[in-house]
Design a protein around this ligand. Structure first.
Ligand SMILES: NC(=O)c1ccc[n+]([C@@H]2O[C@H](COP(=O)([O-])OP(=O)(O)OC[C@H]3O[C@@H](n4cnc5c(N)ncnc54)[C@H](OP(=O)(O)O)[C@@H]3O)[C@@H](O)[C@H]2O)c1
Length: 360
């Protein structure tokens, strides 16, 4: 796939002064991407503190040519910190984010701990960036699948008002953290070598399989991931009417989540109009040349796949077509790198937005 044009500025904005930054969960899958983004975007850093569990304390991580020690996350970790990025699980966010805020830091949290807290803005900058300005110390990054879904759907909602979505997700192994990715890679090797693959971090063997379970089950038979997609969508869109019915599935893909959606709007939405809207939506790349279209006489077959989208900051959208089961309805396929736009990039974007608006 050719490199897509992007409207994302390559460098972070400059604020009043460089910032003292802490990354809690620096050794994790999301933490690694966060550090890469802070470096590549020349984020205005006065200092950088790397925090993880006691297991990692004493190790170092390389950043801008320097070995930085990893320290154990404690209540005392945030003295003098301006911004603390949390990517170390909900329990740690609940335990340590209040201490960070009490130390004067703004917390940008990647976990689900605070997302539905009415006092905590749940922010996708391209969709509801202004909500960030009302924060009281903690801002939450939405669930990664919710972000991929909404990046494709929110621009259409603004035009035709979404009332219902039925979705299936195709979620990458790394969405369950570094240990799940390593386990999936070990399963691939085991299968290739004729050994029996083992599953511990993932609920089942993923190689040669798909697993219709992401996160834990709830009493009604849904998983938590499926419920997040429904509830978080309403909070981000600021619309209590929208309902999302989702089946979330882990697939044997290392990185980038895909979502297939059937969308029902208050006003009809044609594929042609949806293409026009999405072609100019910030942070979205439209890749929708179906089989019948051709480039240089050859079938184009342009649609996004996880492999194309891995490492990209934007969410890619394609396979737009009318829903044959519902008048005025639309079918859509969205793919995004869940470690980037679904987590680390969305978090850095929130900090950049606060810098731009003079709040950091
Ligand atoms: N993976 C994704 O695609 C994704 C997307 C969106 C949101 N998230 C969320 O982001 C967070 C991190 O996910 P991840 O995928 O990066 O997980 P991960 O690869 O498993 O990394 C977890 C990080 O948390 C640290 N940690 C674990 N226990 C700790 C403790 N007791 N005290 C301090 N630090 C501790 C780990 O440090 P050690 O190395 O020392 O154990 C590591 O740095 C989770 O809340 C997850 O739900 C993940």
């Amino acid at each position: 796939m050719s490199a897509a044009p992007t409207s994302i500025p390559p460098k972070s904005p400059r604020g009043r002064r460089p910032l003292h930054v802490a990354v809690a969960g620096a050794t994790g899958a999301v933490g690694e991407e966060l550090l890469r983004l802070l470096d590549e975007r020349d984020f205005p850093l006065a200092s950088l503190r790397l925090l993880a569990s006691a297991r990692s304390a004493g190790t170092t991580l390389r950043f801008r040519g320097t070995e930085i020690p990893v320290e154990e996350l404690t209540d005392a970790s945030f003295r003098g910190t301006d911004v603390a990025f949390f990517s170390c699980g909900g329990d740690r966010s609940l335990r340590f984010a209040p201490a960070a805020v009490a130390s004067g830091a703004v917390v940008v949290d990647n976990s689900s701990a605070y997302r539905m807290d009415p006092k905590v803005p749940l922010v996708v900058p391209e969709i509801n960036g202004d909500a960030a300005l009302a924060h009281e110390g903690i801002l939450a990054v939405p669930n990664c699948t919710t972000i991929v879904f909404l990046m494709g759907v929110a621009p259409l909602h603004r035009e035709a008002r979404l009332v219902r979505a039925v979705c299936s997700s195709y979620q990458a192994a790394s969405g369950a953290g570094r240990s799940a990715l390593l386990e999936y890679e070990a399963q691939v090797r085991a299968r290739a070598e004729g050994r029996e693959p083992a599953a511990k971090a993932l609920p089942r063997v993923l190689v040669g399989n798909v697993i219709p379970q992401v996160d834990v089950f709830l009493p009604d038979g849904s998983t938590k991931e499926e419920v997040k997609l429904d509830r978080e969508t309403r909070k981000i869109l600021g619309d209590d009417r929208v309902r999302v019915a989702a089946t979330c599935v882990r697939v044997p893909v290392p990185r980038a989540h895909s979502v297939s959606c059937a969308l029902e709007f208050e006003r009809p939405m044609t594929p042609e109009r949806a293409r026009e809207v999405l072609a100019s939506a910030p942070g979205v790349v439209l890749r929708d040349l179906p089989e019948r279209a051709s480039v240089d006489g050859k079938p184009a077959r342009e649609y996004p796949t996880p492999l194309d989208v891995s490492g990209r900051l934007e969410v890619f959208v394609g396979r737009l077509r009318a829903d044959p089961s519902r008048e005025g309805g639309l079918m859509l396929w969205a793919v995004g790198d869940q470690l980037l736009k679904g987590a680390a990039w969305n978090a850095v974007q929130i900090a950049e937005l606060l810098i731009e608006r003079g709040r950091l």
